[in-house]
Design a binder for this molecule. Sequence first.
Ligand SMILES: [Zn+2]
Ligand SMILES: [Zn+2]
Length: 333
Amino acid sequence: MTSRGLYCQRGDFYIDPWKPVKRAVVTHAHADHTYRGNEIYLVPKEGERLSRIRIDEGAAIETLPYGEVRTINGVSVSFHPAGHILGSAQARVEYGGEIWVVSGDYKLTPDPTCAPFEPVKCHHFITEATFGLPIYRWPRTEDVMDEINGWWRRNVERGKSSVIFAYSLGKSQRILKGIDTSIGPIFTHGAVERLTQAYRESGVDLPPTTYAGSVTNKKEFVGSLVVAPPSAQQMVGWLRKFGSYSTAFASGWMMVRGARRQRAVDRGFVVSDHADWPELLTAIAAAQAETVYVTHGFSHEVVRWLREQGTNAVELKTHFMGDDGADLEPDEA
Ligand SMILES: [Zn+2]
Ligand SMILES: [Zn+2]
C-alpha cells in the first residue's frame, strides 16, 4: 500500500490508484476506483464502454477480457468477474508462483446485468468489507423487486408518479432489469439514461426508458416510474415537474434502522451491489488464501472475526476517505 494506492513493485503498476500514476489496473468504473489522470489504464474488456465514459473517450485505455492473461514486466495479470456491476472484476496478479487477488467491490447475489462472481484461489486475498457485519443479510432480489413493483402500482392507483433514487451506475440498471414494465412508462435522469444506454451498447437487454428532460407535456409523468441518482433528491425544481409523487431509495444502507427517515424518502428498498455478511465469508473461504487483507467499511470487525476463526487476517488501511468518496460510497452501496 502506498500513498497513491495498492502497488505491485515487480510489475510497476497500481490497482485502482487514487492519485495519477503511469500504469493503472482498474477493477471497475465506479468513481472511487476509476480516477482520471493516469497515463495508461488496463480495464476489463466487458466494462470498456463504462470506463470510457468515466475517464474520457481519448484516454489510453487498454482492455483485457475476463480470464485472459496480460504480462506486465513479467507479472501475469488477469481479470475475473466480481458480480458487482457490468464489467467489474477481481484482479489476479501472479509472479513466481505467488498469487494475489484484489477483489475490488463484489457480490455473490445473482445479477442479470453482469457476469457472476467467480471464486479465484490465491495465496493472498484482498477483500472489501463495506457491509462486513453479521446484521447485513440481503433479502432475495425477487422479493425486493416485488416490493418495488407493488409500491409503483399503488402510486399509479393514487395518480402519483414514483421517483426511485438509486446509484446511476449499476443499481439503476439492476432495478430497470427487474421492473414490471406493464405498470407504466419509465423515465430517467440524464446520468441514469447515459449509463443505461452504455449498458445496452455493451449487450445488456434493458426495458425502454425515456430521458425525462426530453418530455414537454408533464401529464406524461402521471403514473410513471422515474429513476434518478441520489443527488437528484436535492434538485427540488427538477422533482417538481413530476407533479404529485412518492419517493424511494434503493440501497443496502436501507437495512439500517432509521436510514429511510434520515434519507427523507417514503420508502426504502434493500438492494445492494456489495456482498452481505454471508457472501463475504463465502468469498473469503473460496479464495483459500493463507492471508486475507480486509479493506473498506467494517474491515476491523471482519479481521477480528476471521482471526477468531483461526484465519490469518490483516486490516489494510486505505487512505482514502476523501470528500468525494465519503459521499459516493454509501450511494454506490
Ligand atoms: Zn463499486
Ligand atoms: Zn467501491
